[in-house]
Ligand binder design. Sequence first.
Ligand SMILES: NC(=O)c1ccc[n+]([C@@H]2O[C@H](COP(=O)([O-])OP(=O)(O)OC[C@H]3O[C@@H](n4cnc5c(N)ncnc54)[C@H](O)[C@@H]3O)[C@@H](O)[C@H]2O)c1
Length: 309
Amino acid sequence: MRILVTGGAGFIGSNVVDGYIETGYSVCVVDNLSKGRRKNIHPKARFYEVDILNRHALEEVFIKERPEVVNHHSAQVDVRRSLSEPLFDMSLNIEGSLNLLELSVKYGVKRFIYASSGGAIYGEPRFLPLTEEHPIEPISHYGVSKHTVEHYVELYRHNYGLNYVVLRYSNVYGPRQDPYGEAGVVAIFANLMLKGETPVIFGDGGQTRDFIYVKDVVDANIAALNKGTNLCLNIGSGKETSVREVFESIAQIVGFKGSPKFQPARKGEVSRIYHDVSRASSALKWTPKTPFKEGLRRAVEQIKKEVLV
Ligand SMILES: NC(=O)c1ccc[n+]([C@@H]2O[C@H](COP(=O)([O-])OP(=O)(O)OC[C@H]3O[C@@H](n4cnc5c(N)ncnc54)[C@H](O)[C@@H]3O)[C@@H](O)[C@H]2O)c1
C-alpha cells in the first residue's frame, strides 16, 4: 500500500511514518519543515519539501507517488497563534486540507485519514467523558478550523465516494514533541526540569487533560488503514490527569525538587477534559496500551538525549 503522510517530519506524523514503514508500507512524506525536522523523517520514506498550500507542487507529488491513502497531519497547531492570526490558521488548516481532498479525488485516493482534535473541537465539556455525540462548540479558531475540515471530509465522501477516518486526538505526548512549543506540557515541563529551570503552570494546575502516548496514536493510524471507515473517532487514553499531577510525576522521574510557578489561566483553554474512546476501541479493534508513568519515562528519556547533549 502506498501512503502519503503530510506533516511527516513533525511530532505525531513522523511517528506515524515510522509505524507505517515498520509495518511494511511504502510511505512518502510531504512537509514544508516550518515546524518539522528533517532528522525526524524515516530514511526509507521518500521526502518532498512541499507546502500543502502550493497546489501545483502538491499535485506533482500525487502524480509521481499515486498514493492509495492520504494521512493528513500537516497543520497550524498552535491554539494561541490561531487566536492572534486567525486568517493564517484558516488558510493553512482549511485551504491546505481542501487542496489535499481535491487532489485525492482527482488521483483516485482510496482512503483519507484526517488528524482532528478531540481537545479543541468540543469546547468546554457539557458532560464527561466526552463522546463523539457531544455538541461541537470550539472556543478557539484552531478548534473551528480543525472541525470545519471534518465537514469537508464527509462532503467528499458523499459527493465523490472518498472514504475517510477522522481521528480526534486528545493531548498527545512522547518522543519528538517540541519542548519549545506553546502546547505539549509534558515536553515543556520535562525539558525545563532537566535543565534545572522552573516550569510555569497556567491556572491553579487543577485543570485536567486526557494524555495519550504517541505510540498508541500510531497504532490507531495503522488500524485506520482498513477499519473505522467513514467514522469520527475519539483517540485518547480515556483517563483524566491534572496538570499538577503531570508536574509531580515528571518531577519524580527527573528528580526535580522545586515547586512550579503559577500564572493566570490562558484564554481558549478548557478546564476539564477527557474522552470516551469506546467507539474507537470497537471500530478500530484498538486500545490505548501505554500507562501514563511508563509513557512519561520514555518521553523524558528521549528529551534527555536531545536536550542534554
Ligand atoms: N499534538 C497534539 O496533542 C495534537 C492533538 C490533537 C490533534 N493534533 C493534530 O495532529 C497533527 C500533527 O500535530 P503535531 O503535534 O505533530 O504538530 P507538529 O507541528 O509537530 O506537526 C505538524 C507538521 O506539519 C508541517 N507543516 C506545517 N505547515 C505546513 C505546510 N503549510 N505544508 C506542509 N507541511 C506543513 C510542520 O512542519 C510539521 O512537521 C495536526 O494536524 C494537529 O492538529 C495534535
